[in-house]
Design a protein around this ligand. Structure first.
Ligand code: MTE
Length: 320
C-alpha cells in the first residue's frame, strides 16, 4: 500500500479547513437527499472528498521535544486499534477509508453545561496547536509525533465541572459495520466494547493532555483515531483513546478497558515508569521505531518535571 508523506501530496489533494467544512456540508446534504441509495459511500469516495484537511496557522506549543520525528509512514502503518485489528499492521488498511463525518461527541455528567458537540464545531472553538510529543506504548516501543490538537483543559473549563467532578471518562464509537474488529467471532468479542478510558480531573486539565484532531499538519487518518482522540504523553499509549464519541464527568474512578480486561497487568494510572515492570516484560527500556538499539525509558516518558507533582505522596508501584 502506498502511503503518501505530506511532502508528496499535491496541493490539489490538500484543502484548507474552511473549504473542507463547506465540502463536508455539501456531502452531508447530498447524503440527506440520496439517503438509502449508497450516497454516502459514493460521495465520500469521490476525488474531492478524499482531499485531506490541512491545518495551517497552528499555534506553536512550548512543550515540544526537539527529538527526531518518527516518519509519517511509520506513524500511520504501525498502530494499535483493536476496533479494526489486533495486528499492528492491520488498522492502516482496514481504517484508511473510515468515515469520520458527521461526528458528534456527547459530553455529560457532573458539569453545568452538558452538550453534544459536532467535532467541527469543537475544532473551530479552540486555537489548534502543533505539539511534538512522544507516545510510549506498553509493549516497549515509542514514536515522536507532531500532533495537532488543543488542550483538553480548555474544553473542560467551558463545561464548568461541578465540585463532584473528580474523574473524566471517555468512550470510543461502537459500530461494527465501520469498525470490523468489533464483530463477534466464534470465540466472542476481542474486547468488551466500547473501548473506555479515564483520567483524574487534575490529570485531564494538565496542559500536556490534549485532544488531537490531526498529525503532521493534516487531519488524523482513521488508523490514528479520526476524527478526535486523546493524547496523554506521560502515560502508556493505551490511555490515549481514539475516535471519541462520549466524555463523562463522574465522582467515582471509572473502570477502563484494559484494567477491566486484566487488572493485574494494567492499572488506572498507567504512568510510564521504568521501575514498575509489566508482569510479563520489563519496562526499563524501549525501542524508538526506526532505531536498532533500545534506549532507557524515562520516568513519566520524560515529562517528569511537568507532571511528577500530580502524584506526590502516592506509591507508584501500587498505583501503576
Ligand atoms: N483507542 C481505541 N479506541 N482502541 C484501541 O485499541 N489502542 C491504544 C490507544 N488508543 C486503542 C486506542 C493503544 S494500546 C495505543 S499504544 C495507542 O492508541 C496507539 O496509537 P497510534 O496507533 O496512533 O500510535
Amino acid at each position: 500500500m502506498l502511503i503518501k508523506k505530506p511532502a508528496d501530496i499535491k496541493p490539489s489533494e490538500i484543502t484548507d479547513y474552511h473549504l473542507f467544512k463547506r465540502r463536508r456540508e455539501f456531502i452531508k446534504s447530498g447524503v440527506g437527499l440520496m439517503a438509502g441509495v449508497g450516497a454516502a459511500s459514493f460521495l465520500l469516495n469521490s476525488p474531492a472528498a478524499e482531499a485531506k484537511i490541512k491545518f495551517d496557522r497552528l499555534v506553536k506549543s512550548s512543550f515540544d521535544t526537539d527529538e527526531d520525528l518518527t516518519p509519517y509512514d511509520a506513524v500511520t502503518t504501525y498502530n494499535n486499534f483493536y476496533e479494526f485489528s489486533t495486528d499492528k499492521r492491520g488498522p492502516a488498511e482496514l481504517a484508511k477509508d473510515f468515515i469520520s463525518r458527521p461526528w458528534t461527541i456527547k459530553i455529560e455528567g457532573e458539569i453545568n453545561k452538558p452538550k453534544i458537540y459536532d467535532v467541527d464545531e469543537l475544532i473551530k472553538l479552540f486555537d489548534l496547536e502543533e505539539r511534538i510529543y512522544r507516545l510510549r506504548c506498553v509493549e516497549a516501543w515509542s514514536m515522536v509525533i507532531p500532533w495537532v490538537g488543543f488542550p483538553l483543559g480548555d474544553l473542560i473549563k467551558r463545561l464548568e465541572p461541578t465540585s463532584r467532578a473528580k474523574y473524566v471518562e471517555f468512550e470510543t464509537l461502537v459500530d461494527s459495520d465501520r469498525m470490523p474488529g468489533q464483530k463477534k467471532s466464534l470465540f466472542g468479542s476481542v474486547l468488551d466494547w466500547p473501548y473506555r478510558e479515564g483520567l483524574r480531573i487534575d490529570e485531564a486539565t494538565h496542559p500536556l493532555a490534549i485532544l488531537a484532531v490531526g498529525l503532521y499538519g493534516e487531519e488524523l487518518p482513521g488508523q490514528n483515531g479520526a476524527p478526535i482522540r486523546l493524547v496523554v504523553p506521560w502515560k502508556y499509549g493505551f490511555k490515549s483513546i481514539k475516535s471519541i464519541v462520549k466524555i463523562r464527568f463522574s465522582e467515582n474512578q471509572p473502570l477502563n478497558t484494559w484494567q477491566d480486561q486484566a487488572a493485574n497487568e494494567y492499572g488506572f494510572y498507567a504512568n510510564v515508569n521504568p521501575e514498575v515492570n509489566h508482569p510479563r516484560w520489563s519496562q526499563a527500556r524501549e525501542r524508538r521505531i526506526g532505531d536498532f538499539l533500545k534506549r532507557p525509558t524515562l520516568p513519566f516518558n520524560g515529562y517528569g518535571d511537568q507532571v511528577a507533582s500530580l502524584y506526590s505522596g502516592m506509591d507508584l508501584s501500587k498505583n501503576y
